[in-house]
Design a protein around this ligand. Structure first.
Ligand code: XIL
Length: 331
């Protein structure tokens, strides 16, 4: 997949974790298939921040060293998110210290990896229309303690720490062709338009792409949205793709065909946009997918959302990714 992507000027990769490194067969397959590695948990606050005063880069560095030893690029995920915060966070954060806590974190982490990161997810999942704000922003602890300007501040601070870094706003649930997602798209577009107007250093939109096999994720509103994003001068990245087979029939062959068809369908659609130069799946094998705990099937059969199955055999999804890459135009 790495080679097929590279031929078209596209970077293919996946999330990875130090936890998987004891699995030699998986680690070897990862190194041969991936041109970029994204730490699945190691660069989140919960992993980096044992206490309000300290940083622990050990596991993040282990992943960086593994990537660079194998000639694999390294993506940063994620500087500001309301999840994966350390256990001390809620009792510690206040309106008085939140801004400094956030900017100090960004400065330290971005400086630590300066020159080593191909792109940073600076803010993750900042929109939540149901929270009821006119701007559609999520009422996270960051927003509550700093105000909506926390997003602009996060990007400016990351840029200050590493002026050459590519800075991404990463978002979920903006793919489906339904009214909830359309509201989310409008909020994301308004946010990014406003940031660009104010000359905030934001360079791209990460589309997580945790999609359901049966969902329509290639609708006209999504197409229009992607065009508007590119018109802002932003590039588009696929940052966390997997295809949920949660609602599909039990039969493995049927499931694999439908999952594969969604991979091909979605990737072919996205690859019509010339700024899409990064495709990251959220894991490579069904052996290690967050969906086995976060999105179980009602019949309790193991989920099959990724291009390799539990035995590390390529599935129909692997071929579908390959086909979408082969049919893509060169960037
Ligand atoms: C997930 C990890 O894969 C899990 O191991 C962890 O328990 C929870 O987070 N959107 C994101 C990712 O931006 O960071 C999440 O990763 C999946 C959803």
């Amino acid at each position: 997949m790495r080679a097929a992507a590279a031929e078209k000027g596209i970077l293919f990769g996946s999330a990875f974790s130090t936890i998987y490194m004891s699995d030699e067969a998986y680690t070897r397959e990862f190194a041969s298939q991936c041109g970029v590695l994204v730490p699945e948990v190691e660069l989140k606050w919960a992993a980096l921040r044992p206490s309000p005063e300290t940083f622990d880069f050990t596991r993040g560095d282990t992943l960086y060293d593994f990537a660079s030893a194998n000639n694999i690029l390294f993506r940063g995920h994620t500087l500001v998110w309301e999840n994966a915060l350390p256990s001390w966070f809620n009792a510690y954060v206040t309106a008085r210290n939140a801004e400094q806590l956030m900017t100090n974190h960004i400065l330290s982490v971005v400086r630590h990896y300066a020159g080593k990161v191909t792109s940073w997810d600076v803010v993750n999942e900042g929109v939540q229309v149901q929270d009821g704000r006119a701007d559609g922003l999520k009422v996270s602890s960051w927003l509550q303690h700093i105000g909506p300007e926390y997003i602009e501040l996060a990007f400016r601070t990351a840029h200050q720490a590493d002026p050459k870094a590519t800075l991404i706003y990463n978002e979920n649930w903006i793919e489906p062709d339904d009214s909830d997602s359309e509201k989310r798209r409008r909020a994301v577009l308004a946010l990014l338009t406003n940031l660009r107007k104010r000359n905030v250093p934001v360079h791209g939109l990460g589309i997580q792409s945790h999609i359901f096999a049966e969902a329509n994720v290639t609708g006209p509103n999504f197409r229009q949205f992607l065009k508007e994003i590119e018109d802002l001068g932003l590039s588009i990245l696929i940052t966390e793709m997997d295809v949920r087979d949660q609602h599909l029939p039990a039969d493995i062959h049927t499931r694999d065909q439908l999952v594969a068809e969604q991979y091909r369908n979605y990737l072919s659609f996205l690859l019509q946009f010339r700024s899409v130069r990064t495709i990251v799946t959220w894991g490579l094998s069904d052996r290690y997918t967050w969906l086995s705990t976060h999105n179980k099937r009602a019949d309790n059969l193991p989920v099959r959302p990724l291009p390799y199955d539990f035995e590390l055999k390529p599935t129909a999804a692997w071929q579908a990714i390959q086909t979408a890459l082969e049919q893509a135009s060169t960037r």
